[in-house]
Design a protein around this ligand. Structure first.
Ligand code: SF4
Length: 311
C-alpha cells in the first residue's frame, strides 16, 4: 500500500507496486471497453483526420467538435486539399469552433506536410513537433491514435489520473510524461490512452472525483493513501489551465469580427460596430490590426476580409 503523503513536506508516497499497477491497468481497460463513447475520430486511423480532430479538441469541448469535425473533413478530406485552399476557406470551415488561430496553424501545418513530407503526415515525434500548432500532447496523440504507437498522451484529464491514481503525488511535466509512457501496456497504446482520457473526463474529474463508482479505486494510489490532502492533481503539470473571462474581452470582439468576415468583407469604417464596440473604435481597430498581423485577415481597398476572400 502507498504510504501517506506528509503535508507541507517533499515526502512522497511509495509508487504502487507492480501487482497493483497491473490490476489498475486491467481494470481500467475493461471498464473503458464498456463505456467508450462513439466519437467519429475514434473510428479512424487516418493521420490527417486524427490531426484535425486533435487540433479542434485542444480548446473546444467534444460536443461542439463532433459535428464540425465531419464537416471540416468533407471540405478538406486530405492534407493536400487543405494546403491548396486559401486560409479564408479554412477559416470558414472552422466556424463554431472558436480560437481561429488553430485553423491558421492547421492550414500552415498542412502546407508544411505537403512541402516537407510529400503530403504524408509524419509518424515521428520530432517531425510532428516541428509542425505549427502541434505541441507535446498533440504530437503524441497523433502517434498513438493514428499510428497506434505506445506513447503516453498527457492532457489535463490524463495528468489528473496520473497524479492521483498512478503516482499519488503531484507531478512536474517531465515526470508526468515519463510515467504516462511507462504505464502504456505494450501493444495497447490506443485503447489505453482512450481509457485514461475517458476516466479523467467522466470519473476522475477535477472537483469532486466520483471515487465511489471508480473502476480503479482499489488500486488508486491516492485512494490507498486515504485521500490525504493535498489533492495530487493540484499543481500537477497541465491540470490548472485557466480560461480568462470571455464576455467583454478582446477575444469576444475578435470572434465577432471573424464571424462577420465569414459572410463577406467588412468596411473598415464598420469594424467598431461589428466587434460590438461602437464607442471604442481604437480598440476595434487594434483587434482588426492584430488579425491582419497574424495573417487571419487582410485589408483590401478599404475593407477587411479573410485571406484570399476579397472580391
Ligand atoms: S479513486 Fe478517485 S481519485 Fe482515484 S482514480 Fe478513481 S476517481 Fe480518481
Amino acid at each position: 500500500m502507498a504510504s501517506r503523503p506528509v503535508k507541507g513536506t517533499d515526502s512522497l508516497p511509495a509508487a504502487p507496486d507492480a501487482a497493483t499497477r497491473r490490476r489498475l491497468t486491467e481494470d481500467l481497460l475493461t471498464w473503458a471497453e464498456g463505456v467508450r463513447a462513439d466519437l467519429p475520430w475514434r473510428a479512424t486511423r487516418d493521420p490527417w483526420a486524427v490531426l484535425v480532430s486533435e487540433l479542434m479538441l485542444q480548446q473546444t469541448q467534444v460536443v461542439r467538435v463532433a459535428p464540425r469535425y465531419l464537416g471540416f473533413l468533407a471540405a478538406f478530406p486530405t492534407v493536400s486539399a487543405c494546403a491548396e485552399a486559401s486560409l479564408g476557406e479554412v477559416l470558414r470551415a472552422w466556424e463554431g469552433l472558436g480560437y481561429n488561430r488553430r485553423a491558421a496553424n492547421l492550414h500552415r501545418a498542412a502546407q508544411e506536410i505537403v512541402r516537407v513530407h510529400d503530403s504524408i503526415v509524419p509518424d515521428h515525434l520530432d517531425a510532428l513537433l516541428a509542425l505549427p500548432g502541434v505541441g507535446p500532447y498533440t504530437a503524441r496523440a497523433v502517434l498513438c491514435f493514428a499510428f497506434e504507437r505506445d506513447h503516453g498522451v498527457v492532457d489535463t484529464n490524463a495528468a489528473r489520473f496520473l497524479a492521483r491514481a498512478a503516482a499519488g503525488h503531484r507531478l512536474g511535466p517531465r515526470a508526468a510524461q515519463d510515467l504516462a509512457d511507462e504505464l502504456v501496456p505494450i501493444g495497447s497504446g490506443w485503447a489505453w490512452n482512450q481509457a485514461v482520457l475517458d476516466l479523467g473526463a467522466q470519473v476522475c474529474v477535477k472537483r469532486g472525483p466520483r471515487c465511489g463508482e471508480c473502476p480503479i479505486a482499489s488500486s488508486c494510489a491516492w485512494a490507498r493513501a486515504g485521500f490525504a490532502p493535498p489533492d495530487p492533481a493540484d499543481g500537477t503539470a497541465g491540470t490548472t489551465r485557466r480560461q480568462s473571462l470571455f464576455a467583454g474581452s478582446d477575444r469576444q470582439g475578435r470572434g465577432r469580427l471573424v464571424q462577420a468576415l465569414r459572410t463577406g468583407p467588412v468596411e473598415v469604417a464598420r469594424v467598431a460596430d461589428v466587434t460590438g464596440w461602437p464607442e471604442e473604435p481604437e480598440r476595434a481597430r487594434r483587434v482588426a490590426d492584430a488579425l491582419v498581423g497574424e495573417g487571419l485577415a487582410e485589408y483590401v481597398d478599404g475593407q477587411l476580409s479573410l485571406p484570399g476572400q476579397a472580391p
